[in-house]
Unconditional design. Structure first.
Length: 163
């Protein structure tokens, strides 16, 4: 009887979390990655223009431009969008809560590799490290990089130039 009571207690303790996560994961993919994993993502073969947008929950210009990226993803079947969070990897709930509140549907990866100076130049030699920043990769592997906030029209224009 004692074992059964403990089991029921555990089920009720963990059930709300499991249900909340399953509802959330229906809409968006989330994972914590390091830089080598990010590099693997950028080298995957694709017939689409891949957009890697570097952002953080605390970055107002990043948050402002996110709906533009989502809208482009929804409108353009030739585009794959991936958000790369630069938030503190020790507190992933900040990112997942943000994603849920903002109804983020694109995949989000929390880049938990704090040695920025080691890898920023590998993303782009033009990147100072400021965010927002966006890496575009064409199907042929050619890269284009933009540092700074983008409006919807600027983003559409950049994508059209890459096609």
């Amino acid at each position: 009887m004692k074992t059964l009571s403990m089991y029921i207690l555990l089920v009720f303790f963990f059930l709300p979390r499991i249900e909340g996560e399953s509802k959330f994961n229906i809409h968006s993919e989330f994972a914590i990655i390091d830089f080598p994993e990010f590099e693997r993502l950028t080298k995957e073969s694709s017939q689409k223009i891949r957009i890697f947008n570097f952002w953080a929950t605390w970055c107002a210009p990043c948050v402002k431009e996110m709906p533009y990226f989502q809208k482009v993803q929804e409108e353009d079947t030739e585009v794959d969008l991936i958000f790369i969070s630069m938030d503190d990897g020790r507190k992933p709930e900040r990112v997942t809560n943000f994603m849920e509140r903002r109804k983020i549907t694109a995949p989000v990866y929390l880049l938990n590799d704090v040695d920025y100076n080691k890898w920023i130049d590998k993303v782009s030699p033009d990147w100072s490290g400021a965010i927002p920043a966006t890496l575009f990769i064409k199907p042929n592997g050619e890269r284009s990089f933009h540092e700074g906030e983008l409006t919807y029209d600027e983003l559409k224009s950049m994508i059209n130039q890459l096609k």
